[in-house]
Write a protein that binds this ligand. Structure first.
Ligand code: ATP
Ligand code: MG
Length: 546
């Protein structure tokens, strides 16, 4: 569509888009879709894209949300051509109000909210005209000026467009343009007591900025008529055109700032940047990269038909990206001590270990200490192994990744009968993981050296909701009733290899055989903490089948 408009030079100017968030919450992954679309068009067609805060509601908006949106757009890797605020257009919008009144296209209505609502009619029946609809231009102007001057209380009068009370599109039945709100605005302070409605502010903001393509989500389809009516009535030549696209709806999440705010306020999560949140800030803290988010938006594409996106699609994009960029290290999540009885006490070897597998175009390696006392995963040992269990068991040999073959020779149990330690032997000839006599082992497991390993906490995140569409809870039920109580499981005292100890906060890894992780800012307070970004494979599908 844009390419055609470029070819025909339909607008006679540079292609221009905008991303217009309302600063009443943090950006979420749905916004990422809109950001990628609007800034993507700018990049593709050598156009421009404005970041415009649609801040016309004095009750819900805040500068902290403005800052968060700016940070998130930048983090995604986009640059806006101008940072603008709809509230900076209040004066201009007021002037358009006077212009419409002067041209007989708007009037001051003095009915109550209730009367206005009733007068609108229904989808099947026409509305009724307001008794104030035929006020003279002079009277309208006088009232409008006095509204602006603050002479009237909230709700006393409104400015309405004068269109058609029988219009088949309800939005066109004399929509409200300006209303009185004696309220403090986070940017404009108390300068205004007249606030524009979305249908008034949005099209004209686009037109003022010379936007060519105004892309918005489908719920604004009915607003397209008033959009066109206004930009034409206010005299814009080759005005912007609104086109709707389907919003992102992602399974197991809610994407509405209002609902996300409730999760924060009612303490279901630790904040807007809780790694379980579908916010960009949450995803960043979870370890998702901007490249993965952009790749995801590319994959889902832009269509007019509403559709839900499976979480697996998102996780696939994240895994694909992390797989190609993060170092592999070893971390034991549920440690079981192993003593290598034929390994000299006090000796520590430094084994060579590559950070990346062969199919990743990055190189780098670290040293991994090996000693007499190690930890392995508790789940990598079975006293009575089942048939398909190929890992460690009594009298069985396995390979320690980058290390040696070891054989389990004994089990130590505590008073409750729980296994507390394994006794093993190692084969010195298998250093590096191969046996000179060609002997094969069936399993390779990860491990850490007990003395050098670093204690850490792991935050294992799962879906925030238990049902795919939390917006579709039953009548009378609240979406908060389907929050997943197990969306966060904390594992304390996991053991990570020492190479991960000195890395900066926010470093990402693949913990081999376990998942992708990122170090969390709380690590600064001394306790190394990692957030699981995503598992290695989609385990949910398997669980559901069981
Ligand atoms: P929310 O209900 O989350 O507040 P919104 O549409 O009211 O959503 P805005 O801040 O007004 O949020 O939206 C800014 C831009 O982002 C708009 O152009 C809007 O259409 C777009 N947007 C919001 N949510 C989504 C989504 N889920 N998918 C795609 N685009 C979205
Ligand atoms: Mg909104």
């Amino acid at each position: 569509m844009v390419a055609e408009d470029v070819a025909s030079d339909r607008f006679g100017r540079q292609i221009a888009t905008r991303f217009p968030p309302e600063p009443n919450g943090f950006a979420h992954i749905g916004h990422a879709k809109s950001i990628c679309l609007n800034f993507g068009i700018k990049e593709e067609f050598n156009g421009r894209c404005n970041l415009r805060f649609d801040d016309t509601n004095p009750f819900t908006e805040d500068i902290k949300y403005v800052e968060a949106f700016k940070q998130d757009v930048e983090w995604l890797g986009f640059e806006w051509d101008a940072e603008l605020y709809a509230s900076d257009y209040f004066e201009t919008l007021y002037d358009f109000g006077e212009l419409l009144v002067t041209n007989g296209k708007a009037y001051v209505d003095s009915q109550s909210d209730e009367e206005i609502r009733e007068g609108r009619g229904t989808v099947t029946s026409a509305g009724t005209e307001s008794p104030y609809r035929n006020r003279s231009v002079e009277e309208n102007l006088d009232l409008l000026r006095r509204m602006r001057a603050g002479e009237f209380p909230d709700g006393a009068h409104v400015l309405r467009a004068k269109i058609d009370m029988a219009h088949p599109n309800m939005v066109m039945r004399d929509p409200l343009l300006l209303r009185i709100r004696h309220a403090h605005h986070y940017r404009q302070g108390d300068a205004w007591c007249l606030y524009p409605l979305y249908d008034f502010a949005h099209p004209l903001s686009d037109a003022i900025e010379g936007i060519t393509h105004s892309l918005c989500t489908l719920e604004f389809k009915d607003n397209n008529d008033i959009y066109r009516w206004l930009v034409h009535s206010c005299g814009f030549q080759r005005p912007p055109e609104q086109t709707e696209f389907a919003r992102l709806e992602l399974d197991y999440t809610v994407l509405s700032k209002r609902k996300l705010l409730r999760l924060v306020n009612e303490k279901f999560v630790s904040g807007w940047d809780d790694p379980r949140m579908p916010t960009i800030a949450g995803m960043r803290r979870r370890g998702v990269t901007p490249e993965a988010l952009r790749a995801f938006c590319e994959t889902i594409g832009v269509a007019r038909k509403p559709a839900r996106t499976e979480l697996a699609t998102f996780e696939h994009a994240v895994r694909n990206d992390l797989n190609m960029r993060v170092p592999r290290v070893m971390c034991v999540t549920k440690p079981l001590k192993v003593v290598i009885e034929n390994y000299p006490e006090g000796r520590v070897e430094e084994l060579d270990a590559s950070y990346y597998p062969h199919d990743v175009p990055l190189t780098g390696s670290r040293k991994v200490p090996f000693s007499r006392e190690l930890y392995i995963e508790r789940d990598d040992f079975m006293e009575n192994p089942s048939k398909k269990f190929y890992r460690l068991a009594p009298n069985r040999e396995v390979r320690l990744r980058y290390g040696y073959f070891i054989t389990c020779t004994g089990i130590v149990k505590d008073s409750s009968g729980e296994i507390s330690e394994l006794r093993c032997t190692y084969d010195p000839a298998t250093r590096g993981g191969d046996s000179p006599d060609g002997r094969k082992v069936q399993g390779t497991i990860h491990w850490v050296s007990a003395a050098q390993a670093i204690d850490c906490d792991l935050n294992l995140y799962d879906k925030l909701f238990t049902i795919p569409d939390p917006d579709a809870v039953e009548e009378g039920q609240d979406f908060l009733s389907v929050v997943n109580p197990e969306s966060l499981v904390v594992i304390e005292r996991a053991k990570v290899e020492p190479s991960a100890g000195g890395d900066p906060i926010g470093s990402r890894y693949q913990f081999e055989r376990t998942g992708y992780f990122v170090s969390d800012p709380v690590s600064q307070s001394g306790r190394l903490t990692f957030n699981r970004t995503v598992t290695l494979r989609d385990s949910w599908a398997k669980i559901k089948e069981k």
